[in-house]
Design a protein around this ligand. Structure first.
Ligand code: ACM
Length: 768
């Protein structure tokens, strides 16, 4: 047993007693009953089905290939044997589309479904009870009865093959994984700024130029400069139309529809490098290699040039010949419309159309493409930005900037696929981040994915039906190898499979986690790379009624939590966590997850607390804090927790408005210093306040200004800065403290958000 497997077994052993008696299928079937005995598959087992049904022949081949792979034996078809596997497609009301009935007795296996998809899924459930790699052991399927069907129609996984290219073999492995866990949609992100990956016969330069770039591996993505003129472009790749046909057919056999994404009107720098006439300026440009876009680089197609639409329609014609999918994804996200603002042709077109904003020009663009797709009997799907400036009449919206775009679209009776960044971006961290491979940011753990539900509370039942399902997205700026890709999706995609397939009432994280242990063994056998889970203890402060309490929790159901308050690295001799911990002084809490007496994870989670007179006191705001930055709740500014430059955790943020916070100290308290911590994070539109003023009051109505502290750091400073604005004054008593951090107002000249509302961020108001 290799070392890694040994570690895995240590982890699995506590649960394995349970796993052995139980059948651990993921996603959990709607109804499953296990009986005594088993059915043994050997070379005398025949697969029986109606020879006239081609779908069943394909399904039988799929079954046979699996068995041959693990046993080396092929199974006879339609030969009378004592023990047989029966496949049947017949009208069965209780299971619907994609559902199946699986009945295993010692002498027979029956799989019945309304369609081929159901037959395949019945097989996938059965396969999960068998070994996954070549074995000489008997192939014993436990006797069981399953009735099963999905909760959602769109069960998707996405993959960006533009930021890094993945081989056709890798795509097939991905498709296999999707099918194993009963996903039915593969969203293939085929074009973007850093690469065009699909052969288009009419436009060969899309791949001879647009699929290749200078090799900048080893250079951080954010510093990776475009290919220089004359520089070799060895890095990249593309799929030939023949390879695509092969992959589409392979996917179809496994009930996976591939939805191709051809991005427009933005994220199109690779196409423009190949054919400069597609942009507004029509200037030549080299291929982008990463995150650096120098001035004058064009990412957008020009909407005021009919040749652009002729090009796109020709491209889409070839796309539709390759992909039978009803949906064609046209992107539509993150279009920086500056080039349209600066282009007289675009401005003239806007005038002609009566448009008052460039968003409407994007809407014109998307609507024109939608007409073309509808005329070709296809449906347009795009990212939620396609709502801005007016949604195309029949468009389906993929909601990624949270769920609000999806909610808006469903209320307008448009179909929706939910794919909110939190928790469904699988390029985000799933654990750590200490000890984890570098990720783009964010933190979407296994449990966060498991707890997700695609239908938001805001929708009533007449609107909820427009939510087709959900999808996880895998952007690959930071993912360039097969191993890393596997690691980012395993096991989070298994959690999502259960979100989309299993009835909400049947979901149970603890049970899922136990079933997952068997999947880990299978992953290990197959040589897959995967994350064992998030062992980082979550530290949640809450400040109420003058007290600072800290709750600790772990995602691992049977884990124990140990912590220390003296700065030492905790182990099993430290304090066992049993109830929320009260913090009374400035200190660092460190904490670990322990399984079976073993400390898990690479580093303890830790949190520093600063004690001051306002800790635990209630805070009210004159302007509301953005719901995107709730931090730890209403009293984040008095929870003793300082922020870090990661913007999404400990900070309260307001956009375009001043932060005006009033603290009720409870009684007249003697104070002589007030300090507020603020953040500047240029790339996230967050700027230090212009100034901060400090006031006190005894009645909460009449305030005395103690002084104002001006900002001394330029808004053009691009590196992240945390600055404390602090005022000392002669000691005095006051019940109320009011702190006003004056928002910069709008993003400064030269900033990508120039003239748009700026954010002001604060983490703590410290009173001494
Ligand atoms: C996206 O993540 N830009 C859709």
């Amino acid at each position: 047993m290799n070392k890694k497997l040994l570690v895995l077994w240590i982890l699995v052993i506590p649960f394995f007693g349970i796993a052995q008696q139980k059948i651990s299928i993921i996603p959990q079937p709607v109804s499953l009953s296990v009986q005594d005995g088993h059915f043994t598959i050997d070379k005398n087992t025949s697969i029986i089905f109606n020879k006239n049904e081609n779908d069943l022949l394909h399904a039988a081949n799929f079954f046979d290939a699996f068995v041959k792979n693990i046993s080396g034996e092929s199974l006879p078809y339609n030969v009378k044997k004592n023990k047989s596997i029966f496949l049947e497609i017949k009208k069965t009301a209780e299971i619907g589309d994609e559902g199946y009935l699986l009945d295993v007795t010692p002498n027979s296996v029956k799989i019945i479904a309304n369609d081929k998809a159901g037959i395949i899924y019945g097989m996938q459930s059965l396969f999960q009870t068998l070994p996954q790699i070549r074995t000489n052991a008997a192939l014993e399927v436990p006797c069981m009865k399953i009735l099963d069907y999905p909760q959602f129609k769109w069960r998707g996984m996405h993959l960006d093959v533009c930021r890094h290219f993945f081989s056709p073999e890798m795509i097939k492995e991905y498709v296999d994984l999707l099918s194993e866990y009963k996903f039915n949609t593969f969203h293939w992100h085929l074009t973007d700024d850093q690469g065009w990956r699909l052969e288009i016969k009419k436009y060969p330069k899309l791949t001879s130029v647009g699929a290749w770039r200078a090799d900048r591996r080893g250079i951080p993505w954010s510093e990776s400069r475009p290919t220089q003129l004359g520089e070799p472009t060895p890095y990249g790749g593309y799929y030939t139309q023949q390879q695509v046909r092969d992959i589409v057919a392979y996917a179809k056999e496994r009930n996976i529809t591939i939805v191709p994404e051809i991005e427009m009107p933005g994220h199109s720098a690779a196409a423009i490098a190949a054919y400069p006439y597609l942009s507004c300026t029509q200037q030549p440009q080299t291929t982008i290699t990463g995150g650096v876009y120098p001035k004058n680089f064009e990412s957008n197609y020009c909407p005021a040039n009919d040749s652009v639409f002729i090009f796109l329609e020709n491209v889409l014609k070839e796309v539709m010949q390759l992909f039978p999918s009803k949906y064609i994804h046209v992107g539509g996200d993150e279009v920086d419309k500056t080039s349209w603002k600066n282009d007289p042709k675009c401005q003239a077109l806007m005038k002609k159309l009566g448009d008052t904003s460039e968003d409407q020009l994007q809407s014109y663009f998307i609507q024109r493409i939608e007409k073309f797709l509808i005329a070709n009997h296809r449906k347009l799907i795009g990212w939620d930005e396609i709502l801005e400036g007016g949604l195309a009449p029949e468009a389906t919206v993929m909601s990624w900037r949270g769920e609000s775009g999806g909610i808006q679209a469903a209320k307008m009776h448009h179909d929706v696929v939910m794919t909110p960044g939190t928790p469904l971006y699988f390029d985000h961290y799933q654990a750590g981040p200490a000890g984890e491979p570098l990720a783009i940011g964010g933190f979407n753990t296994l449990k966060m994915v498991y707890d997700y539900y695609p239908v938001p509370k805001e929708l009533d039942s007449s609107q909820a039906k427009y939510v087709l399902g959900a999808q996880a997205n895998v952007w690959t700026e930071f993912i360039s190898s097969r191993e890393h890709l596997e690691y980012m999706v395993l096991p989070r995609m298994l959690a999502l499979s259960e979100v989309l397939w299993t009835p909400k009432s049947e979901k149970n994280y603890k049970d899922f986690y136990h079933r997952l242990q068997n999947q880990f063994i299978a992953f290990e056998e197959k040589g897959f790379h995967f994350c064992l889970g998030n062992f980082t203890v979550a530290i949640k402060p809450s400040s109420e009624n003058g007290k600072l309490m800290v709750t600790l929790s772990s995602e691992i159901p049977e884990a124990k939590i140990y912590y220390s308050l003296d700065g030492s690295d905790p182990d099993i001799n430290s304090i066992l966590y049993e109830r929320p911990v009260q913090i009374d002084s400035s200190l660092t809490l460190k904490t670990v997850t322990v399984i079976n007496g073993r400390v898990m994870g690479v580093k303890p989670a830790e949190q520093k607390f600063v004690m001051h007179k306002a800790v635990g006191k209630n805070v009210t705001y004159a302007n509301p804090v953005s719901r995107y930055y709730p931090a730890d709740g209403a009293n984040t500014l008095t929870d003793g927790v300082r922020g870090t430059v990661a913007v999404n955790k400990y900070w309260h943020g307001l956009q375009g408005k001043d932060l005006i916070a009033t603290i009720d100290m409870g009684t007249g308290t003697s104070i002589q210093n007030i300090t507020i911590g603020c953040l500047q994070h240029y790339s996230d539109w967050i700027f230090l306040p212009q100034s901060v003023s400090f006031e006190i009051s005894n009645d909460g109505i009449n305030f005395t200004n103690l002084g104002t502290v001006e900002n001394t750091i330029s808004p053009d400073e691009k590196s992240a800065v945390i600055k404390d604005f602090s005022l000392d004054f002669p000691a005095q008593k006051a019940r109320y403290i009011r702190v006003t951090a004056k928002n910069l107002g709008v993003c400064p000249k030269g900033h990508p958000g120039e003239g748009k509302p700026a954010w002001v961020f604060a983490d703590e108001i410290m009173v001494n």
